[in-house]
Write a protein that binds this ligand. Structure first.
Ligand SMILES: Nc1ncnc2c1ncn2[C@@H]1O[C@H](COP(=O)(O)OP(=O)(O)OP(=O)(O)O)[C@@H](O)[C@H]1O
Length: 317
């Protein structure tokens, strides 16, 4: 077994370093100022809703685009330099496969494009697809094709592997097999950075979760720290007379950490939703009350929102 390559910066250089990075597409500010360091060997999830800036960041790391401002370094060098040295590889969601070839032929063909690669049998084994070597690509499931892309990405033995939503469209078994292969491989010291929409996937497979929302890092911690952000419930009720004083009183109830008003609907985020529901229904004119688990999307919004306190009557959020 080999050890993944390390860059010219040696073991001390960060695998990834973003400093003051912004990226603008016309009027759209896809990245609004990101600073991030990923150490060699770290397994990091980029977690965020649609449009958070995950793909834009991965494209910057792959040298497919350049930042509007700030610097992007991979192992202490420009992304393209790191890629040309075989330090970085990516597993993309689509493309890159010829349907008529077998799994082994695909990996052999890719290997022939590099000067120096890991042995084909070794990468097939690492990706858990030795048993599929003779199967034609178009007979492989979506999950098997993703493991094939993973095997191809392992050929240069990269020190950093980038994966953009690698399990989209896979069934439960496909996801399990895919992550089992990635994790077993990452134990050898490869840094892995993957984008995902799924909190569970980030929590289960990453050492560290970087939460992106609207082009900013809004949280950076362990899976359980990030999960705690999405804990609690949201109560929604019709409030016929939403006076500011009443909204303040709701905000002062135990365990309430956010109150928003949308028309005559009040939205209350609370840790003890039963107690708040009881209070709303017995002490105010609130009616038509519903309680829903707070989703991650809502956690993102509250993390990036400056209005964490009651919003005055007529709030427009
Ligand atoms: N080439 C482009 N031209 C214009 N706008 C773009 C371009 N690429 C990305 N954007 C915009 O930048 C923002 C961030 O997009 P990005 O694809 O990075 O998000 P994402 O987190 O990967 O989302 P998803 O989970 O949907 O893939 C979005 O508002 C998107 O519409």
């Amino acid at each position: 077994m080999t050890t993944p390559h390390l860059g010219a910066g040696g073991p001390r250089a960060s695998a990834v370093r973003l400093a003051g990075v912004t990226k603008r597409f016309g009027d759209v500010e896809a990245i609004r100022g990101i600073d991030l360091d990923v150490a060699p060997g770290e397994m990091v999830a980029f977690l965020g809703p649609n449009g958070a800036g995950k793909t834009t960041t991965i494209d910057l790391l792959l040298g497919l685009s350049t930042p509007t401002t700030g610097t992007v370094e991979v192992f202490g060098m420009e992304p393209r330099a790191a890629i040309s040295r075989g330090l970085v590889a990516a597993v993309m969601q689509t493309g890159g496969l010829l349907k008529d070839l077998t799994v082994r032929e695909t990996v052999e063909y890719t290997a022939s494009l590099f000067a120096d690669t890991r042995p084909v049998d070794e990468v097939l084994e690492s990706a858990g697809i030795t048993g599929l070597a003779g199967r034609r690509v178009d007979r492989c499931s979506g999950g098997e094709q993703q493991r094939l892309r993973f095997a191809m990405a392992l050929l240069p033995d990269p020190a950093l592997l980038l994966l953009d939503e690698p399990t989209t469209g896979m069934d439960v078994e496909g996801r399990r097999a895919f992550w089992a292969a990635i994790r077993a491989d990452a134990e050898r010291g490869r840094a892995v950075l993957f984008a995902t929409h799924y909190l569970e996937e980030a929590d289960q497979h990453a050492d560290r979760v970087v939460l992106l929302s609207q082009g900013l890092v809004v949280a950076d911690g362990t899976g359980s720290q990030v999960k705690a952000l999405a804990a609690g419930r949201t109560l929604r009720a019709t409030l016929p007379d939403p006076r500011p004083a009443l909204l303040e009183e709701i905000g002062a109830q135990p365990g309430v950490d956010q109150v928003d008003l949308r028309g005559d609907q009040v939205l209350v985020h609370a840790t003890d939703s039963d107690a708040v529901a009881r209070w709303l229904l017995t002490r105010t004119d609130a009616h038509d009350l519903e309680i829903v688990a707070r989703g991650l999307e809502e956690a993102f919004v509250s993390l990036t929102s400056s209005t964490r306190q009651p919003i005055p009557t007529g709030g427009t959020r």
